[in-house]
Design a protein around this ligand. Sequence first.
Ligand code: DP6
Length: 327
Amino acid sequence: MKATAKAHTNIALIKYWGKRDETLILPTNNSLSVTLDGFYTTTSVEFNEQFTKDTFVLDDVSIAGEQYQRVANFLNLVRQLAGKEIYAEVKSTNAVPTAAGFASSASGFAALAAASTKAIGLKLDNTELSRLTRQGSGSACRSIFGGFAEWKKGEKDDGTDSFAVPITPKEHWDIRVAAVVLSSKMKKVSSREGMKRTVDTSPFFQGWVDSIPTDLAEIKEGIFAKDFEKVGQIAEANCLKMHATTLGAQPPFTYWLDTTVTVMQTVRALREQGIPAYFTIDAGPNVKVLYLPENEEEVQSTLRNIPGVTDVKLSRVGQGITYLEDE
Ligand code: DP6
């Protein structure tokens, strides 16, 4: 009862920010992302009658505490679904540089969901898998699919209609994403905590939610038409709106550093020079820059020259989950 799966992380162009149910992980808005090929997690899960508890090893380090608990809670859901009382050994490797600020929870939970359901003998289609993955970490449900994917928030209280759907496959459009890594010792507000505080206290939150349907409809038009400027403009504006909600929270907070703003300004300066490039930022200080293949050299060297930038990692559009042969 063993299986191995690989899942890539994704970057949201229309952000998921706010939950309507924290236990089932149901969002207040639809979100849309692109799966990235450079950053992934490979996870092996073995269920065995001999095991007396779940274990979780990440990059050769045995994990305890909250991170372990989130994995064990997810395995409980898998056991419940399969109707089996059996513990698992989970081994993961991240090819997601943690420092690149890519939420490794997205590739992590997508790989865990795929490997654990296969290992326990469940036969789920990608919709069922996405719905289950969502309960590990919301953004992870989009990583089941490659290319562009949309997470439908759903209307039902039980979450059965809340899962991701593919928008266009990986082959549809070759856009690129540069992850700009900044040095930071700032205390992190997790996305989970940050979005809760925003929902509970920010007067700007409702405005954020109200603005989503238009952003989504327009960005999908842009993706289908491969209109890079349209997609970039909407993604950048959507990111700024999400971050604006945090400034209205109580106590207020921001994920930005001074260097975050410098990168944002540099991206705008690239546009003034006629190079189409747009930024987006998740719940952290690092910036992801969207650009087209023909501008890779110029974008990359400009970003690397910004003081305070420690690394720039380039990525293409990636594929959905894959299963690896077990040794
Ligand atoms: C800012 O998926 O990490 O990256 O569902 O609580 O695990 P939980 O949160 P998570 O939140 C991601 C928030 C974001 C935007 C996005 O990816 O859509």
